[in-house]
Design a protein around this ligand. Structure first.
Ligand code: MV4
Length: 592
């Protein structure tokens, strides 16, 4: 077994892996960027190394630097977590060449599944059902028209070949929409994956997103741990996940599980992986494989009792899996809510900021995997997901009640998060009925009801603690009592000077406010201005899309905070933008 492992990641997933390493008696190494000096994952590891500047490109994506730190620290293996280098075949290969074990599948499996057309071809050959459509790249709109007319039929989904997770995904319900969809998918593929090629699938109108957890070792054993339902998504980002899937019974589970195992075997998979698919009317279709541990692996851990991260590490070390397929039993129901620093009422706008007091829920059936703590800071530079709340209970209804209870217990002072959104969504009839809740996530007026009354109060720095002696009388009897705590606001009792408190400025004085005037719309995060959808002088409605900022490969829609006329427009497509920088001034239109 490994003696020391480096985790090339940050936040909650880095901490999740450190926990597994601790339990296995393996020493841990963290890496961090200049922005993460005070981050929790740094403190949690046995040792930690600074690897570079604040952007991911300068730090968490630096392959040579990470391998250098492996050698310097004596780590024999590296765990990539998810995101960053997790599905980067070049990184897996660089590890191999440096004699460091990559905790994940072989580079060849990452490559095979990274090309969505190649993956579809491989799966078709392996007898895995794929969404009907092409396994080949379609060169242009004319070729697309032909193949749709002859074989597929409308509606269609146009998807980027290098894509995945909804990037470069467009729908054409009829021929008149084809050209726009084709070009949109191609452009996004070029932009995000440097690959403009696209393929075409039949568009399924109302599917569920159902995925299978796979574990594989180097001895040819492949098992599945049942499925998860991740149908509650917004702009292809999963928001709530659960296991088991409400629409899957024993018979279907066995069928989907077998599909997952076949898919993993077809690429000689090793470690933890996920087969994503669409379920419609009892039919299951392969969509793509994620060749890494996923954010939502926890719900499967809760219903199977199997530590997926540990099994992944064991497999990488050449150990056989600890379980046979017949050992896998599902018990009860688990739900995961992603706690993102986002404001659901403002079209899920990113809401980075400083955390004051912080207290996680506990009690029966509650698990929190988080990367933040009291006094922490959520920077716009990285993923807005700061924690995951996972609950378990005997069935779906009980798990839902438990999730709501735990969400209400969760205290995150100073930060706007999805907690109120989750409480509201889990309380709806749609959720209770096991629906996909697609309509709710698009329902602007419903989302608006989730507005924060007042911004959660930013925490002031700790008041100085002083010791003061008071004389009190209780039923006429005199007592001298010592009180330890914050000093009285109005002067010092008993004439005693309180001990000097820390002279640190209060947070509110230290941090410049990001907001402009009431008319000014400012950037909530740093990134690149990808699209500007309005012009100066144009009238806009409240909530109308103004522009899209790209940050960390995510598109962040910026919407009008009020109705009015764009008086000033301060942004241009293609230019970088800082957090807090002005986007537009929107003046209320003069009353008629
Ligand atoms: C689809 C689809 C319908 N037809 N493909 C792709 C990425 C993933 N995030 C969702 N994706 C979809 N691919 C075809 N051919 C619909 C979706 C989809 C979806 C599916 C299930 C549950 C929620 C969804 C939300 C958005 C898109």
């Amino acid at each position: 077994m490994f003696k020391k492992v480096l985790v090339a990641n940050r936040g909650e997933i880095a901490i999740r892996v450190f926990r597994a390493l601790d339990e296995m008696g393996i020493a841990s190494v963290a890496v961090y960027s200049e922005l993460d000096r005070d981050a929790l994952h740094v403190k949690r590891a046995g040792e930690a190394y600074l690897i570079g500047g604040p952007t991911a490109a300068e730090s968490y994506l630096k392959i040579e630097k990470i391998i250098e730190v492996c050698k310097e620290s004596g780590a024999e293996a590296v765990h990539p977590g998810y995101g960053f280098l997790a599905e980067n075949a070049d990184f897996a290969r660089a590890c191999d060449e440096a004699g460091i074990v990559f905790i994940g599948p072989p580079a060849s499996a990452i490559d095979a599944m990274g090309s969505k057309t190649r993956a579809r071809e491989l799966m078709k050959a392996a007898g895995v059902p794929i969404v009907p459509g092409t396994t080949e790249v379609i060169e242009n709109v004319d070729a697309a028209r032909k193949v749709i007319d002859n074989d597929i039929g409308y509606p269609v989904a146009i998807k980027a070949s290098g894509g995945g997770g909804g990037k470069g995904f467009r729908v054409a319900l009829e021929e008149s929409e084809l050209e726009k969809a084709f070009e949109g998918a191609s452009r996004e593929g070029e932009k995000f994956f440097s690959d403009p090629r696209v393929y075409i699938e039949r568009y399924l109108p109302d599917p569920r997103h159902v995925e299978v957890q796979i574990l594989a070792d180097r001895h040819g054993n492949v098992i599945h741990l049942g499925e998860r339902d991740c149908s509650v998504q917004r702009r292809h980002q999963k928001v709530i996940e659960e296991a088991p899937a409400p629409a899957v019974d024993e018979e279907l589970r066995a069928r989907i599980g077998k599909i997952g195992v076949e898919a993993a075997k077809a690429v000689d998979y090793v470690g933890a992986g996920t087969i994503e698919g669409l379920l419609q009317d009892g039919e299951y279709f392969f969509l793509e494989m994620n060749t890494r541990v996923q954010v939502e692996h926890c719900v499967t851990e809760m219903v199977t009792g199997i530590d997926i991260v540990r099994e992944g590490i064991l497999a990488a070390a050449g150990e056989p899996l600890s379980y046979k397929q017949s050992d896998v039993e599902l018990r009860g129901h688990a739900i995961e809510c992603r706690i993102n620093a986002e404001d659901a009422s403002k079209n899920f706008a990113p809401a980075p900021g400083a955390i004051g007091n912080y207290k996680e829920p506990t009690g029966p059936g509650v698990r929190v995997d988080s990367g933040v703590g009291p006094g922490g800071e959520v920077t716009p530079m990285y993923d807005p997901m700061v924690a995951k709340l996972i609950v378990w209970d005997a069935d779906r209804e009980k798990a839902t009640r438990r999730a709501i209870r735990a969400l209400k217990e969760y205290e995150i002072e100073g930060l706007k998060t999805l907690i109120p959104f989750h409480v509201a969504l889990l309380g709806t009839e749609q959720w209770a009925n096991g629906e996909t809740c697609r309509d709710l996530l698009e329902d602007k007026s419903w989302l608006k009801t989730l507005a924060f009354d007042a911004p959660p109060k930013p925490k002031e720095d700790d008041e100085p603690t002083v010791e003061q002696t008071y004389t009190v009388e209780v039923s006429g009897r005199r007592f001298d009592v010592k009180v330890i705590g914050a000093p009285f606001a109005g002067g010092t009792p008993n004439g005693a000077a309180p001990a000097a408190g820390r002279a640190a400025p209060k947070r509110s004085e230290r941090k410049a406010s990001a907001g402009g005037g009431a008319d000014e719309l400012v950037a909530p995060l740093q990134g690149n201005m990808w699209k500007v959808l309005v012009e100066q002088g144009q009238a806009v409605e409240e909530g109308q899309l103004i522009c899209i900022i790209e940050a960390m490969k995510m598109e962040n829609e910026i919407t009008a905070h009020k109705a009015g006329v764009i008086e000033t427009l301060s942004v241009k497509e293609g230019e970088p933008i800082q957090s807090g920088a002005p986007i537009a001034v929107i003046k209320a239109a003069a009353a008629e």
